[in-house]
Design a protein around this ligand. Structure first.
Ligand SMILES: [Zn+2]
Length: 494
């Protein structure tokens, strides 16, 4: 988020306890330090590839002669933990499309001509139409190229790095995304002159549709549990664009908010929906950094975030509840130490306080673990910090409205309400004015991604835990609030 008035007076780090007590205006306190999970950034000029940083082990030497069912591993490849799974995934993806493609596109399906693992020692190079592909062309990437109708992936850096970070299911989801580009080639999508981001969104949607098929237990090759689906979601985040990128950038893949949304759309709706993504894409929220924001990553200084978030929530919610004829006194924000002592909060147990933000009805406060909040701010950014506060505020709104929801449905409605509030501070395109002129802060590029990544961290591990909602459910609820506003959230009450 950015402040609409003065900004960027950078002071030194202050303890969050002190900062929470500060009542500052824009421009105070702490510089931002907005590391993310690590963006893998597209760098090739071809439009149908995944970018990559160098990551993973340097797995060179002691080559073996692996035989893939469908992948051409070449000679002398170093074995990788995911070889077998990736091979099975490609077999299954091919079978999936052999079933789906004729049904959706009304034409026969031809599998890709080849799938190649690539690594520096490989001598029998993958054959593209304009000659063999040297390793340097795929280093840090995975791509489909219609020139030769082949998929090539970096087996020495990109994939080992993804597996290290996200687990093996992530490489299968990346495989499904790449195969999605082959489908687009067969469906004639590359001839339409579309922005790269639209092409990528459809490939993400295809990847989501295939992931759902595996998660439903329809694959003879693979089985995905909730953790695997989550790792697929996170793979979408990992190969996102740097927030604030131009959507017409040829290397652009879209923000995490958009990419995860496309993946989810495919997961829920299936291939037929994805095939219509070209004419009816998911709504996108394209936020581009202003030059100032590039310096701060669009993050409010910490003290500003503390002092400006609650009034922004008040500015949105007070009139909404007034119009509804609901009595509502805005809650106040209060911090507490991570190890206590905790404030009295409607009889909540200690484990409900540590690492949480909660609404306490008795005292009408939004109470937050200061260390938890400070870590979110430091590691991910200002809206990562703002999200649990806004969700607890949503809980105050639900209490006032008497929604009667409990447990996971209540938490997911809070996630939706966070999204609905943000609609109020989306900038009018080309300006730094919020859509509600009463608002003092506006959303900046990267903010929505901060919520998406935080939802992954805060979500339940399994879909049957039913406490906070899984990352998938939380992001789905949040996105529906951002894209559909309050009416979308109201529909969760029925
Ligand atoms: Zn792609």
């Amino acid at each position: 988020m950015i402040c609409r008035t003065e900004r960027s007076r950078v002071l030194t780090t202050a303890a969050i306890a002190v900062a929470l007590a500060l009542a500052t205006s824009c421009g105070s306190d702490k510089d931002s330090d907005s590391g993310t999970l690590g963006t893998i950034d597209g760098s090739s000029e071809t439009s149908d590839d995944e970018g990559g940083d160098e990551g993973g082990d340097d797995t060179v030497g002691n080559g073996s002669n692996l035989q893939g069912a469908i992948i051409d591993f070449g000679e002398g490849k170093t074995e990788q933990s995911y070889d077998e799974l990736l091979d099975s995934a490609f077999v299954d993806i091919t079978q999936f499309w052999a079933d789906q493609f004729p049904a959706v596109y009304g034409e026969d399906f031809e599998p890709v001509s080849g799938i190649y693992a690539h690594y520096p020692e490989r001598e029998d190079l993958p054959p593209a139409c304009d000659g063999p592909v040297p390793y340097s062309e795929v280093e840090g990437n995975a791509f489909f190229t219609s020139c030769g109708d082949i998929i090539v992936y970096d087996d020495a850096a990109l994939l080992p790095g993804l597996v290290d970070k996200l687990g093996v299911a992530a490489v299968a989801v990346v495989a499904a995304h790449e195969y999605g580009h082959a489908i687009q080639q067969r469906a004639g999508v590359f001839n339409l002159g579309l922005p790269t981001v639209d092409i990528e969104q459809q490939a993400d949607c295809f990847a989501g549709a295939w992931t759902a098929h595996v998660a439903r237990g329809e694959s003879e090759q693979l089985a995905f549990g909730d953790e695997d689906v989550k790792s697929g979601l996170v793979a979408m985040i990992e190969i996102r664009d740097t927030p604030g990128s131009d959507v017409f950038d040829p290397a652009g893949h879209g923000t995490a908010f958009d990419r995860v949304g496309a993946f989810q759309e495919g997961f829920i709706e299936g291939v037929e929906r994805c095939s219509r993504f070209i004419e009816e894409p998911n709504p996108r929220v394209d936020l581009v950094f202003s030059p100032d924001e590039l310096e701060t990553s669009g993050n409010l200084l910490f003290g500003d975030a503390v002092s400006l978030l609650p009034p922004s929530l008040d500015t949105f919610w007070v009139p909404v509840l007034e119009q509804n004829g609901t009595e509502f006194t805005p809650p106040t924000l209060e911090g507490y130490p991570t190890d206590g002592p905790y404030p009295e909060c409607d009889g909540r147990a200690e484990e409900e306080m540590k690492g949480h933000a909660v609404f306490c009805a008795d005292t009408n406060t939004v109470a937050i673990d200061e260390q938890f909040a400070g870590n979110l701010y430091n590691q991910l950014g200002d809206l990562s910090f703002g999200y649990p506060i806004a969700a607890a505020y949503g809980d105050a709104v639900q209490t006032a409205l008497g929604t009667g929801l409990e447990g996971e449905p209540r938490v997911l409605l809070n996630d939706c309400l966070v999204g609905a509030w943000l609609v109020d501070i989306v900038p009018i395109p080309g300006t730094e004015e919020a859509s509600n002129p009463e608002q003092k802060i506006v959303l900046s590029a990267g903010d929505l991604d901060e919520v998406v990544v935080t939802a992954v961290i805060l979500g339940d591990d399994a879909s049957n835990t039913d406490v906070n909602g899984t990352a998938f459910e939380k992001i789905d609820a949040f996105r529906s609030g951002v894209l559909g506003g309050l009416p979308a959230c109201e529909s969760r009450l029925r």
